[in-house]
Write a protein that binds this ligand. Structure first.
Ligand SMILES: [Zn+2]
Length: 382
């Protein structure tokens, strides 16, 4: 699911490809994709408009049009955007085509049809608003982002503001980070990554955080999001950007590393489900204070068992094979190389088997996704 860095990368790619172009036609074979206004007004409102800028707010792509219109695109789970010459064939998963005046098309491809688009306008305050019935069924001028929290990477989003927002909330960290009204744009991947970096258990309660915890979380969130933007985000499943895949997937330290050694302490990473989302963490580096365990004993017991044998017999990092192991991410490979340099012998024996199996399985899954993304690029005519 694309989060802030993924959508930001798409926006940056699009900016280079479509700013200055004028829209000469709009077609869709999936009218339900148009969330606002109705299809006829959407098509008429885009026609003849020049794209003045492309930006992002939360997980939305926003194309400012001359005359005050804003084309909003929410790619959601599997939406992909490409800008390609009009004569290239497109497969049946391309559901929205926007013709540009230079003979190219902006194509929205979505295998699962979850993506949504809308045509809004900027009001006097610069907000993106709908005028009539919006996606939520509210009449009148509605701020599309009224219920979204601040942008975590905004230069003016300070630690003091972060603290103030935290102190106004209750609940546990993972759920809070996923709440778009708390912060905009953070999703499952970067919530897990930020919590791992900040050494905070996903089930820590907000009320029991100390000032140092809050500062580490603020710093970790901003760091991991900025790094992900710089690396063009994480191409794990279907996410790809108009100008190519991201590479942050190779630098994730917590997300989807269940059973693999923690890159800090070597103990197996664990997985629990919080609010139906898989949550990855190290129970050693990210301790849960006794006071925060009330009500989550069952979840934690599951975490102890869910990596199966890998949890009980999992290898320390030093026991992982060094070179040539399948599916090592660049950061894992770097650590393995560092081990090799300091003379630690890698052992590929019984204790490493489970971790190796997990690595191989993760590598297979990611190869399949990469194949799917290549097919998507072909299918969209890119
Ligand atoms: Zn650890």
């Amino acid at each position: 699911m694309p989060e802030l860095p993924e959508v930001e990368t798409i926006a940056r790619d699009l900016r280079a490809l479509v700013v200055g172009r004028t829209i000469t036609g709009v077609r869709t074979d999936w009218p339900r994709m148009v969330a606002y206004p109705d299809l006829a007004d959407f098509v008429a409102g885009l026609h003849g408009r020049r794209v003045a800028d492309v930006w992002r707010r939360a997980k939305w792509l926003l194309l400012d049009l001359d005359g005050g219109g804003v084309l909003a695109i929410q790619v959601r789970m599997t939406g992909q955007l490409f800008v390609v010459p009009a004569e290239r064939p497109a497969d049946r998963h391309v559901h929205l085509v926007i013709d540009l005046d230079d003979g190219r098309q902006l194509r929205l491809r979505d295998m699962r049809k979850f993506a949504r688009v809308g045509l809004y306008r900027r009001d006097a305050l610069g907000r993106v608003v709908s005028e009539r019935r919006g996606p939520d069924g509210i009449d009148g001028s509605v701020d599309l982002f009224a219920r979204h929290g601040p942008e975590p990477l905004a230069p003016d989003f300070t630690l003091a503001q972060f603290r103030e927002r935290l102190h106004a909330r209750r609940g546990r960290l993972k759920s809070l980070l996923l709440d778009q009204s708390f912060l905009a744009g953070v999703g499952n991947i970067y919530a897990d990554e930020a919590l791992w970096r900040a050494r905070l258990h996903p089930l820590r309660t907000v009320a029991r955080l100390r000032p140092g915890d809050e500062a580490r979380l603020y710093g970790a969130l901003r760091e991991v999001l900025a790094e992900a933007v710089a690396r063009r985000a994480s191409s794990i499943d279907d996410y790809t950007a108009p100008s190519g895949d991201g590479e942050m997937q190779g630098y994730l330290r917590a997300y989807q590393r269940t059973g693999l050694p923690c890159l800090r302490c070597g103990r197996p990473m664990r997985r629990i489900t919080v609010g139906q989302r898989g949550t990855h963490f190290c129970s050693w580096c990210q301790r849960l204070p006794a006071a925060d365990r009330t009500g989550v004993a069952g979840l934690l017991a599951l975490a102890r068992g869910n990596a199966g044998e890998a949890v009980r017999r999992g290898p320390r990092w030093s026991e992982l094979p060094g070179e040539g192991a399948l599916g090592l991410t660049p950061s894992e490979a770097a650590m393995a190389a560092a081990r090799a340099r300091t003379g630690t012998r890698a052992v590929g024996g019984k204790t490493g088997t489970e971790a190796l199996r997990a690595l191989a399985s993760a590598a297979r899954t990611r190869r399949a996704a990469a194949t799917r993304r290549r097919a998507a690029r072909d299918g969209a005519g890119a």
